[in-house]
Design a protein around this ligand. Structure first.
Ligand code: NAD
Length: 366
């Protein structure tokens, strides 16, 4: 079953990590390192089964390959999962044991935080390996990625506005923002600063109230967000919200937000295109967080990060061009752009071999 699942994918390496004393059960999946070391977070989740954990890490690591490739980063795709309850099973020993496994890969895989893991957990991983990003700022880490993800989303939005309306005047348009969490609230702030009309919803009523009070948003119910008259729909909470039921209701001209896996299926992506709605592919739009942590490898620099985020505007522009050139939906154009880059660089026959491990300037495993 295990090998059967792996053989259906194109992964380079899948590592099962086990340490009885620390109670560690983890899987590290390296999907592709043609462009560089595989960077992707570690998720801690109480999976129902081993198979679920494996499926998740295979899917997520493949996604990282595409995100890095489309974003022009010299990084491959990888991800790790720790099987356990983040509320109960965390310990220094667990994360240090995990860190040793990461270290044993000699830089082919670089980890970071993901769902269920925070910066304090990463501190323990960092004691065992330098191949970790998202550590405390005191060690040269880059801090919370959310504001960077939000600013990157704004760049993607401007690119979409330019293609759809011929101008980038964010403030001229109205927005339906679903989810005002870490990224959503920051995104709403950026929209408000530019004078936009914003509708918001969230299951967290306090967050909605803050968006209303601080950024002049109009609150709507969880379900109403699909019906509001807004030119842009911004999914910034959950995946799969562009589906058969919601697409019939959406009045928007553009879909652009930070959530992962916004389209419920490829068929929905085709239908979005047929309806003349411009979809800004999620993994290209929300790459700001990845770009930001990637800079920790060469020594973090905030100014450089902000300049790098601007490239999201051009990446999206290129995706829209490929979509027009090849007559394909934008989600497919993003995949094509990523695959074309990996193929072209792969032909150079210089795969990342591990001995070219990244230099973590100014940082040492503590
Ligand atoms: P978060 O948990 O801080 O915020 C999510 C918000 O969505 C919360 O306020 C939550 O209450 C709300 N929410 C949950 N279910 C909802 C529903 N049914 N309707 C409306 N609101 C709902 O998470 P985040 O870090 O802001 O990330 C938001 C999205 O962006 C996620 O899909 C995440 O995977 C993606 N993303 C985040 C980053 C980052 O840097 N944080 C980077 C890339 C992608």
């Amino acid at each position: 079953m295990i090998f059967e699942s792996i053989s259906k994918t194109e992964h380079e390496e899948v590592v099962f990590c086990h340490n009885k004393d620390a109670g560690l059960k983890a899987i590290i999946a390296i999907h592709n390192t043609v462009l560089g070391p595989a960077l992707g977070g570690t998720r801690m989740w109480n999976y129902a089964s081993e198979q679920d954990a494996l499926n998740d890490v295979l899917r997520l690591s493949r996604g990282m390959t595409y995100k890095a490739a489309v974003s022009g980063l010299n990084l491959g795709g990888g991800k790790a999962v720790i099987w356990g309850d983040p509320g109960k099973d965390k310990s220094e020993a667990l994360f240090r044991a995990f860190g040793r496994f990461v270290n044993s890969l000699n830089g082919r895989y670089i980890t970071a935080e993901d769902v269920g893991i925070d910066v304090n957990d990463m501190e323990y991983v960092y004691r065992e390996t330098e191949f970790v990003t998202g550590v405390h700022q005191v060690h040269g880490g880059s801090g919370d990625p959310s504001p960077f993800t939000a600013f990157g989303t704004l760049q993607g939005l401007m690119s979409a506005l330019q293609v759809k309306f011929g101008n980038e005047d964010v403030g001229k348009y109205s927005y339906a923002v679903q989810g005002v969490g870490h990224v959503g609230m920051e995104f709403v702030k950026l929209l408000h600063e530019r004078g936009a009309k914003i509708f918001v919803t969230d299951i967290n009523k306090d967050a909605v109230q803050r968006a209303v009070d601080d950024y002049g948003c109009e609150a709507v119910s969880l379900d109403e967000i699909y019906d509001v008259d807004a030119e842009v729909y911004s999914p910034t909470a959950l995946g799969g919200t562009v589906n058969e039921a919601t697409l019939q209701r959406l009045k928007c001209k553009i879909i652009c937000g930070a959530a992962n896996n916004q389209l419920a299926s490829n068929e929905i992506g085709d239908e979005v295109q047929r309806r003349g709605i411009l979809y800004a592919p999620d993994y290209a739009v929300n790459a700001g967080g990845l770009m930001n942590v990637s800079l920790e490898i060469d020594g973090y620099n905030r100014e450089r990060a902000m300049r790098m985020l601007r490239t999201i505007y051009f990446n999206l522009g290129r995706i829209f061009e490929i979509s027009a050139r090849d007559g394909i939906p934008t989600y497919m154009a993003a995949d094509r752009m990523a695959e074309e880059r990996i193929t072209a660089i792969g032909k150079l026959r210089l795969p990342h071999l591990g001995q070219h491990a990244p230099r973590f300037h100014g940082r040492r495993a503590g």
